[in-house]
Design a binder for this molecule. Structure first.
Ligand code: G3I
Length: 401
């Protein structure tokens, strides 16, 4: 359970608890109808209307997009319906946890690739692309790291890790999240860099070192800088976007090999009406689109890397929550898909049954959240249809030809 104020703010930012802007966007009539839509039978992944050509992956592919999700490897091994759902819906997958330092590095000299290898086996058997997540992060480092990493050995630790992990899968990875969440403006540095263990031990050049080492280890993989909190139309969002685009500008200017920026997109559904009166707002908009355009102008692709829509701010009733979550997916995706630099969309999980959000602070009423395209019984939620419609509308959305 997180305790510090910083951790709370960090979580709030990651959960997209943005401040709503003034404009009023009523709950879409379509989404209201969808929310009332008779439920698909359980495990509707096998039901007509959401698989094959009707799947998210197929509809995305028809519009030059890759759709996929983060995979819980324990669930993949134990839950055949979960594996089938991913197989039916996804063209790309990423390990939720299995390729982080915490999973790969049980000891300073040892690597455990069991679950990472299992992900590649599953993905390649199902002709899916694979994202690697992540090579450098301030969180989820193994217990020995804090005790044993020093200013003297940290560079070597970083280079050996990246050479070994990226080298093992060279030629088989679509893209790597090389550095994850390196920016935290609240830490007070003029460049906005987070006071990460890597910054303290190696200096700010840890970022450049990580990207160059990854490129040398796998010249084919697209190298991504991934972060959260660049989404909100708030002062904090603007500060984060400014620091992130300046970091990317410095990297490009110094010919650091970076190919893409990840916009995690852990966003929050907003209360679209109270007592039937439209009240609020999509708290995402022009600032995010300026950020995406700036990345495009730097020659970068833009990946929506970890999308989910938490429903914590909403009343308990399920149809109302599902409708607001669907509206959030629809409006957020129709915003970002307007820029042709956006080339892939991954949700952070695919079924509510395994969402990380229910392992976090959760809803005040303790009800399980409903943040993903399929509910906990693998029935296609209104969010599924909203996402698929947004993919279909891409051609009409593109504001850059
Ligand atoms: O597997 C162990 C289990 O054996 C043990 O009993 C349990 C008790 O703590 O922990 C379990 O591991 C947890 C793991 O998730 C699997 O559930 C870790 O403690 C927990 O820290 C870990 O949380 C993950 C978190 O990243 C930190 O790595 C979440 O699942 C994962 O969804 C979340 O994903 C991050 C992205 O990587 C980066 N962007 C933000 C996103 C959400 O925080």
């Amino acid at each position: 359970m997180r305790t510090s104020r910083r951790a709370f703010l960090d979580t709030a930012a990651r959960l997209g608890a943005g401040v709503a802007t003034a404009s009023v966007l009523p709950l879409g009539a379509v989404d209201r109808a969808l929310a009332a839509k008779p439920r698909e039978p359980a495990n509707s992944g096998a039901a007509a209307g959401v698989t094959g050509d009707a799947s998210l992956g197929s509809h995305a592919a028809a519009h030059r997009l890759l759709y996929g999700c983060a995979v819980n490897m324990n669930a993949l091994a134990a839950d055949a319906a979960y594996a089938a759902l991913i197989r039916e819906q996804c063209r790309i997958v990423v390990a939720e946890n299995a390729m982080k330092w915490g999973a790969l590095r049980p000891t300073p000299d040892g690597f455990n690739f069991e679950q990472a290898d299992a992900l590649l086996a599953f993905a390649e058997a199902n002709r899916m692309k694979i994202r690697g997540h992540n090579l450098v992060w301030h969180r989820d480092n193994p217990r020995w790291f804090d005790a044993q990493a020093t200013a003297a050995n940290a560079r070597g630790l970083l280079v050996t890790h990246i050479e070994t992990v990226v080298g093992r899968y060279a030629g088989r990875i679509h893209s790597w999240d090389v550095v994850n969440e390196a920016i935290d403006v609240a830490d007070g540095r003029p460049d906005g860099l987070r006071n990460s263990p890597w910054l303290r031990l190696v200096g700010e050049e840890y970022i450049e070192l990580a990207f160059k080492t990854a490129r040398d280890a796998d010249p084919q993989a697209l190298l991504t800088y991934n972060d959260y909190g660049t989404e909100q139309e708030t002062r904090a969002g603007e500060q984060k976007r400014a620091a992130a685009i300046e970091l990317l500008r410095r990297m490009v200017a110094r010919r650091v090999p970076v190919d893409a920026v990840g916009v995690q997109s852990h966003i929050a559904a907003w209360a679209t009406q109270a007592g039937g009166i439209p009240v609020a707002a999509m708290p995402y908009g022009a600032g995010l689109m300026r950020f995406i355009a700036s990345a495009r102008e730097l020659g970068l692709q833009v990946f929506i890397t970890e999308m989910d829509v938490n429903d914590r701010a909403l009343p308990a009733d399920v149809p109302g929550r599902d409708a607001a979550v669907a509206t959030a997916y629809r409006q957020y995706l129709e915003l970002v898909l307007g820029d042709p630099a956006v080339r892939l969309v991954l949700t952070w999980g695919i079924t509510d049954r395994y969402t990380w959000l229910n392992r976090e602070e959760g809803r005040a009423d303790g009800l399980p959240e409903r943040p993903l395209p399929f509910d906990a019984a693998d029935r296609a939620a209104p969010a599924f249809f909203a996402m698929r419609d947004s993919f279909d509308r891409r051609a009409a959305l593109s504001s850059h030809g």
